[in-house]
Ligand binder design. Structure first.
Ligand SMILES: NC(=O)c1ccc[n+]([C@@H]2O[C@H](COP(=O)([O-])OP(=O)(O)OC[C@H]3O[C@@H](n4cnc5c(N)ncnc54)[C@H](OP(=O)(O)O)[C@@H]3O)[C@@H](O)[C@H]2O)c1
Length: 353
């Protein structure tokens, strides 16, 4: 096989890492490519699930003795601690790897230090190759580890005129089946799904990740979280069925904001403590407004149907904006047609001051 450059190997490692998206939490996604002394690929690996072997260990096992004197190209700094598996830094040293190329340093204080251990053992370490690309592939995990609360994606569905339901309250279904299938795939990539008690009372949603064609449940289910200040979620609500774990987060348990409602920052901190790194905020409009007003939304995914209602509730209510200068400015980063609908992905622009 022909030799490949370190840059090409990192691009491949980033591709490999992405295969773990949705199954590694609370761990990051990581990919690794091992090159022998001549630059030939002798091992590839990615972290597939928490508790499973790390990317470097999978690649080392493939490479065997050919790892000696070679280069490990890895998307995240190799871990330096013994958790459910041993430290990758030591495994690389023991295998006789001569150089380790890392895209992004590990922000997790428990696991970081791998680069220092490798250098102390005489291994050449280079940092920052395709760093931005690797960062983007791991954005939820990296963001949540750096700041101590999960990455929040607000998802909503609306008509082209921004309505989330008709004037008489009927809302099922605003968007097409294709868009709803896409939402279930999105649910499968996060650790928790959050809805306000208003949505639970109005729609009685299941909030599970399912195959919409046959109703079967995805193997991995996000934690269902109902934000419910005073515990109004009915005993027979579908979110309480046994299909997935559910947390009815009350103000008593989480802490209250000045209005006596669930304190959203405290809620996110509590979820982080439970190992939640990425959440899908599924509304409704009041809870989404409160999250946006508090600056707690990292990404917005809007499913827009080619329909008009002209009346009825809007997708977002009271985000603390009273004048145009206070508008929450966004940057559109992707527009994809899903069946007849558009899926628009946007990032809130950082506010000055
Ligand atoms: N189109 C869409 O994408 C979409 C998605 C979801 C829902 N919906 C629609 O939205 C409607 C329900 O809207 P909604 O606004 O009443 O429901 P919601 O946003 O799901 O729930 C709002 C409730 O959350 C509770 N809450 C607890 N802590 C809060 C906090 N810090 N900030 C804000 N709220 C907090 C409040 O009730 P307590 O004070 O009792 O806790 C509040 O009334 C339904 O008709 C549903 O169909 C549409």
């Amino acid at each position: 096989m022909a030799s490949v450059s370190v840059d090409e190997a990192m691009r491949r490692a980033i591709e490999l890492a992405a295969r773990g998206l949705g199954t590694t939490s609370p761990n990051p996604v990581v990919g690794c490519v091992l090159l022998d002394e001549g630059g030939e690929v002798v091992g590839e690996g990615f972290h597939a699930y928490a508790g499973g072997p790390h990317a470097e260990i999978v690649a080392l096992a493939q490479a065997g003795l050919r790892a000696k004197g070679g280069t490990a190209v890895v998307t995240l700094e190799p871990c330096d601690h013994t958790g459910r598996t041993g430290p990758c830094s030591s495994a690389l040293v023991q295998a006789g790897v001569g150089r380790v190329v890392i895209a992004v340093p590990d922000p997790n204080p428990v696991a970081s230090g791998g680069a220092a251990t490798l250098r102390a053992a005489g291994v050449r370490v280079d940092l920052g190759v395709r760093g931005e690309e690797a960062e983007a592939g791991n954005v939820a995990w990296l963001t949540s580890m750096r700041r101590g609360w999960p990455y929040v994606i607000w998802k909503y569905a609306a008509t082209l005129d921004g309505r989330s339901a008709a004037a008489d309250g009927t809302s099922m279904w605003i968007t097409s089946e294709a868009a709803r299938i896409d939402v279930h795939a999105l649910r499968g990539t996060v650790d928790a799904v959050i809805a306000g008690v208003g949505t639970v009372l109005a729609d009685d949603p299941r909030l599970t990740a399912r195959n919409l064609r046959d109703g079967s449940l995805a193997i991995r289910q996000p934690l269902r979280v109902v934000v419910d200040s005073s515990g109004r979620t009915p005993a027979d609500a579908r979110v309480r069925d046994g299909a997935a774990r559910t947390w009815i987060a009350t103000a008593d348990e989480v802490g209250a904001d000045p209005d006596g409602r669930v304190d959203l920052s405290a809620l996110l901190a509590a979820l982080h403590q439970r190992g939640v790194r990425a959440v899908l905020l599924e509304g409704g409009p009041r809870l989404a407004g409160a999250f946006l007003e508090a600056g707690l939304v990292d990404k917005i995914v809007g499913y827009v149907a080619p329909r008009l209602l002209g009346a009825g509730p809007t997708a977002l209510v009271d985000a603390g904006v009273t004048t145009i200068a206070e508008a929450i400015d966004l940057e559109f980063v992707d527009v994809t047609q899903i069946g007849p609908d558009l899926r628009i992905t946007a990032l809130p622009r950082k506010r000055e001051g």
